[in-house]
Write a protein that binds this ligand. Structure first.
Ligand code: Z5A
Length: 243
């Protein structure tokens, strides 16, 4: 069963703090779904994903909007999201594809809202206008201590995989702790859409937990067969503890 606004496709988003393993797990789930579902799989990210939105990403991660405050930043994330939805996500969903997106509107709720202080009513209004009916069918919230995620990101940087610390990674630990609380609160408020996955486990165990959630929540996506990993039948609960 897919959400009414996803036009025959399946929309799965990955959320969580810095270094939780979203990019790693999107790659793994995409490979699994390409092999097993028989449907095209599009992987994308926010901010960015489309050429125009990627230009806005550069400005946001460079911190150019920070002096204008969380509302202005939320507007820019929204501008990028509008282009991303119009030019990439909705067309792919309309063709019946599986879309895996690294961050989406929950990141605006967590970063600009809960951690940044933007009024929740403003966020709800903005999300209604920008996202409309194109809500994710499933949101996987990769959850771990912010210290662990930041350490992973730092280790990746030390290994030379990327450049300078970005505008959000540079925030204090307390900001990242608020993010974690916010993502967990989103999952608790929308257990039908969201599943929390224990991202502190080794990557293979996280992958198995994600496969189990996908098999359980989106049973039409994969042909029925054994071996999709552990399944926890309580919606909104944490997956991966016993993996
Ligand atoms: N933002 C916002 O404020 N508002 C919005 O509306 C949106 C976004 C949409 C985008 O940054 C920033 O924009 C983001 C929120 C804000 N802020 N930050 N910070 P980004 O896309 O550049 O960064 P990110 O989304 O946080 O992703 P990331 O740092 O690349 O983390 P990740 O994708 O979750 O992790 P990863 O790249 O898969 O893994 C990180 C490292 O850990 C890597 O070396 C892996 O090999 C390793 N790893 C992964 N999993 C494991 C496990 N399980 N064990 C051990 N090591 C692991």
């Amino acid at each position: 069963m897919t959400a009414p606004g996803t036009g025959g496709g399946t929309f799965i988003t990955f959320e969580g703090g810095e270094g939780a393993g979203k990019s790693t797990q999107i790659r793994r789930l995409a490979a699994h779904l390409r092999a097993e579902s028989g449907r095209p799989v599009l992987t994308t990210r926010e901010p960015g994903g489309s050429p125009k939105a990627e230009r806005i990403r550069e400005a946001l991660l460079a911190g150019l909007a920070k002096p204008y405050g969380p509302f202005a930043e939320a507007l820019l994330f929204s501008a990028a999201r509008i282009d991303h939805l119009d030019t990439l996500i909705r067309p792919a969903l309309g063709r019946g594809e599986i879309v895996l997106c690294d961050r989406f509107a929950d990141s605006t709720r967590a970063y600009q809202g809960a951690a940044g202080g933007l009024d929740p009513d403003v966020l709800v209004a903005l999300e209604g206008v920008v996202v409309g009916p194109t809500r994710p069918d499933l949101t996987l919230i990769l959850d771990c201590e912010p210290e662990l995620g930041l350490a992973r990101a730092q280790a990746r940087r030390a290994a030379g995989a990327e450049g300078a610390v970005d505008r959000f990674e540079a925030e204090a630990l307390a900001f990242h702790a608020r993010l974690r609380t916010a993502f967990r609160a989103i999952a608790a408020a929308e257990p039908g859409r969201c599943a929390v996955v224990n991202a502190a486990l080794p990557a293979d165990a996280v992958e198995a937990a994600i496969r189990a959630v996908v098999a359980e929540r989106l049973p039409g996506l994969l042909p029925a067969r054994a071996g999709h990993g552990r399944s926890d039948d309580r919606p909104g609960t944490e997956h991966g503890d016993a993996a």
